[in-house]
Design a protein. Sequence first.
Length: 207
Amino acid sequence: MTRHALLAALLLTVAAAAASGKELDNPAETTWRQVTWDDFKGGDSTAGRWDTGAWAHLASGIDLDAFESGTRVDDDGSWLATPIAIEAYAVMDKFLSGVARGARKDEVLAHEQLHFDVTEALARRLTARLLGMVGRGDDADAAMRDLQGQVQRAYDETIGELRAYQQRYDSDTRHGGDRKKQKRWSQQIGELFAEATAELAKARSSS
């Protein structure tokens, strides 16, 4: 997992482009879906393995669209800033993703797909978290700054969680080589994905 967005210049006033879900698929990258070996454009490793101990590598990360937010005055006179629409989503970098020669096997691709599934699950969980945020301040600008800071912290925490989760997955399954543990992780990631999807649906219905 090598690609992740920077939020230093996050704009809070642009119209949301991803209220109903971000979708892209071009020669360089794609949002979450079932991938094929044709998506791994980083070349075949001539060393026998793509990375340290890995037969393939799917480079994914979480991007965050700029979002539209609104401000209002609370009953106590303080200003509140809340997101109207926001979307975090998983992206695969095709040119940073590769596979070792002779390793284009179904079980290897299934292992890599789960890396992408984890990324999308945590992106959905992050979106649900962001939709419930409220920035507070003495004026509208202060409330917006508070909201932006919360968004940045949540994003950074999610990226840290994603890295740790991906590393545990590879380490425990030996990059998919331990089939018994791979099966166990497949079930665990499926449950994570279902829970994150439910959290996002609940957050959207409440926003």
